[in-house]
Structures are given as C-alpha cells and as structure tokens.
Design a protein around this ligand. Structure first.
Ligand SMILES: Nc1ncnc2c1ncn2[C@@H]1O[C@H](COP(=O)(O)OP(=O)(O)OP(=O)(O)O)[C@@H](O)[C@H]1O
Ligand SMILES: [Mg+2]
Length: 247
C-alpha cells in the first residue's frame, strides 16, 4: 500500500475581496522531496505559503499532512511540523542572532533538546555561531537570510516552506544559500520553495510547479522543465547563441 504524500493540497482557492489570488491549486510533496513553485510577481506564491500556514483563510479546498487534515490556525500548523521562512526574511533586528534563534523555538515543549538543536544549526551555519551576540539588524542580507532559515529550523519542522530566499541577494550568496538548502534537505527536512529565480529553483528541486495568476499551468520533473521551451522563454530567459561555435 502506498503511503500518502507528506503534504497534499487539493483544489485550493484564496481570494482577497474581489481579487482571486489562488484558483483551484492542487499539488503534493513526497516526504524528503524538494519541490519548487515558480512564478512571476503577483502569481500567488506567497499566498500559497500563507494559506498553508493558516495566515490567510482558505475560500475552498483541502490540505492534508500525511493524509490527516491540516490545522487552520498557524500555531497549530507549526505544532504539526510545518514552518515558513517568510519573504523578506523578517528577522528581529533589535535582537541578537542567539535571541532570534530562540524565538524560532518558542512553540517547543522539549526545551531540553534546544542546546543540541542550536549546535545542529551552528554546524549548518558556522557564521551564525561566530555572530551569536551580534544584533540581527546589523547582519548582511545573506547572513540575515541564513538566520531566517536557521530560525525556522529551530522549530524542528518536518516541512520547511521558503518564500523567495534568493530575493535581493547577489548570485554568489544565492549559490551558498541553495547549497545550504540541499544540506538541510539531506537532514530529512522536506522543502517547499517558492521562487522567481527559476533557474536556481529548478536546479535545486526534484519537481516543480509553474504558477501563473493563481493557476498551476505546468508541472513536472525539474530536470525536464529546465529544457521545456515555455519555461525557458518565460522564466529562464532565452539562451544567447554564441556567434563562434565552441565545439
Ligand atoms: N493582503 C492582500 N490584499 C489584497 N490583495 C492581495 C493581498 N496579498 C496579495 N494580494 C494580491 O494577490 C495576488 C497574489 O499575490 P502574492 O503576494 O501571493 O504573489 P507572489 O507570487 O508572492 O508575488 P511576488 O513574487 O511579487 O512576491 C496579487 O495580485 C496581489 O496583489
Ligand atoms: Mg511573494
């Protein structure tokens, strides 16, 4: 008998007043996968994340975690094992790195495990260990993104939702962050990533969904979609042909 996917979204609709932000969105994530959702500005990516987290109400549709209905209040969703690293990072600027990390663990009852998990975080992000006492607001953009991800991991999620972790960062830093996500996934954290940076998202993830004005218009294996003509034209930019053949 096949196990149900770790997360299943069925026919999800979300509206803001007259604006329909998600229209009949269905997707699934298997345990251990990295799944990305790519789409341009206003496509509904953040709304999807917020609907999973219970931060915006679902108009219609169902969400299941391992076959069980997902809670609708965000603190319950966190307790069920899902955490969001929000768009724009949103670290607590006047708090130190250490205090930010502790904030990520606020919902946990197993307080005796926190030190062990802090060490786990520091092994993933050594820079945060060095900067434990630095105010988060004084970190660089890339360091703040690392802190935001690390803070999410302090709740020990089964599924980590990431809303545009590459936003506003230099390509070299984006590469580091995405490498880090690969390592986090290898530590048994299932990842749902939404991105405008389609190329990086496709390279990192196993499968991808393409969202356009609230509708999933395409889905498949990331490797296959990397060479899909529609994806290439709309999201990856057309490849420049070299005037001088290289081979
Ligand atoms: N609080 C809100 N009130 C009204 N409309 C909203 C609200 N939040 C989002 N929208 C609208 O819903 C649609 C989807 O927005 P959403 O933020 O989910 O897109 P996105 O794909 O995350 O975009 P971006 O890449 O710019 O972050 C947009 O048309 C947006 O204007
Ligand atoms: Mg967004």
């Amino acid at each position: 008998m096949n196990e149900r996917p770790i997360l299943e979204i069925k026919d999800l609709h979300v509206s803001y007043g007259a604006i329909k932000a998600l229209n009949n969105v269905s997707l699934y994530i298997e345990e251990g996968e990295i799944v990305s959702v790519i789409g341009s500005n206003g496509a509904g990516k953040s709304t999807l994340m917020q609907a999973i987290m219970g931060l915006v109400p679902r108009e219609r549709g169902e969400i299941f975690l391992k076959g069980e209905p997902l809670a609708r209040k965000s603190y319950q969703v966190i307790n069920q094992g899902i955490t969001l690293t929000p768009e724009g990072r949103q670290v607590f600027a006047p708090l130190t790195v250490y205090e930010n990390l502790m904030m990520g663990a606020f919902s946990r009852k197993d307080r005796d495990k926190l030190e062990e998990d802090m060490n786990w975080i520091f092994s993933l992000f050594p820079i945060l260990k060095e900067r434990q006492q630095q105010y988060a607001g004084t970190l660089s953009g890339g360091e703040q993104q690392m802190l935001a991800i690390a803070r999410s991991l302090m709740s020990r999620p089964k599924i980590l939702l990431l809303d545009e972790p590459s936003l506003g960062l230099a390509p070299i830093i984006i590469k580091d962050i995405f490498e880090e996500l690969r390592r986090i996934n290898a530590e048994k954290v299932t990842i749902l990533l939404v991105e405008q940076n389609a190329r990086q998202a496709l390279k990192l993830s196993h499968r991808v969904y393409v969202i356009q004005t609230g509708n999933i218009i395409l889905q498949g294996d990331s490797k296959e979609l990397l060479s899909h003509p529609d994806v290439e034209a709309a999201y990856l930019g057309l490849r420049k042909k070299s005037a001088i053949p290289c081979d």
